[in-house]
Unconditional design. Structure first.
Length: 132
């Protein structure tokens, strides 16, 4: 049995669409352009030789060869942003009082309640320094 059978449905469709586009480009059914269809700017290849032009399945994954060729920036702009999570993995709500935001990484949010619980569990196991 293949691994793909265990993936959620939308991930399987996305994978099949990507493979279909790769095969169509390889067999020269589709031609990968040098210009982005949205901004019409030529794109230099990446340092490792890969193209910066990507296939964007705007019609859905059920029509895998109905695509637009977009540069990396335009492709990211076309995708809807992911919604922010409202709760930590354990289920505590991310409120201003319960959320720690790392100063160095503004994206990184941590649950203060989970940190308190983690510290309470670790407390008995910490070594006590001898003050003699």
């Amino acid at each position: 049995m293949s691994r793909i059978a265990f993936r959620p449905e939308h991930v399987r469709f996305k994978h099949r669409a990507r493979v279909a586009v790769e095969l169509a480009v390889k067999k020269r059914i589709l031609e990968k352009p040098d210009l982005c269809e949205r901004c019409n700017l030529p794109q230099e290849p990446c340092r490792d030789g890969r193209s910066r032009i990507q296939a964007h399945h705007h019609a859905g994954y059920d029509q895998p060869l109905n695509i637009r060729w977009l540069c990396v920036k335009c492709h990211a702009a076309e995708e809807p942003p992911l919604p922010l999570k409202t709760h930590c993995p354990v289920g505590h709500e991310y409120t201003p009082e319960n959320t720690y935001i790392s100063p160095s990484r503004q994206i990184d949010r941590r649950c203060r309640e989970c940190a308190r619980i983690r510290d309470r569990v670790r407390q008995p196991f910490r070594k006590v320094k001898n003050v003699s």
